[in-house]
Design a binder for this molecule. Sequence first.
Ligand SMILES: [Zn+2]
Length: 136
Amino acid sequence: MLRRSVLGWWPLALLGWARAAEARLRGKLVRRQGGAPVLEAPGGRTVEVDGDGETLAVLNDPRVAGLEFDVAGRYSPSGRFLILPFTTRGAVLVHKDGRRFTVTYWCEVCAIRTYTPGKCMCCQEETELSLQEFTP
Ligand SMILES: [Zn+2]
C-alpha cells in the first residue's frame, strides 16, 4: 500500500517539472573539452546546457564559441539548462552589438540557408555561419 502511494506521486512530480516556468539563460558560450556546451553567465556562474540534436549541433559549432547566447528552456532537477525544441522560435539567440540574432548557415553558391552547421545539401560545400537579426 505504501509502495503504491509512493509510486503514485511520480507522475505528479514529473508533471510539476514539465510545468516549471520557462526561463531564459544568457551567457558566453564556452566549450569544455569533450563535454557539454556551457554558458558562462555574468559573474562567472557556469551552467551546462542541453537540447535536441539540432540545438547541440549549433552549440558545438566551433565558430559560435565565445558568442553571447540567450536561450529559452528550463532547469532540470540536476541543474542543467534544457533548451526548448530546436523549432521553437527564439529559443536560441545570440546577442551582438546590442542586437539579437538567430544562428543560420548559408551557401553562397546555391543561395540556400540552413539552420544547422554542415555541408550544403546541394553542392556539398561547407556552409558559412550567417547570423540573422531576430525580429520578434
Ligand atoms: Zn551549395
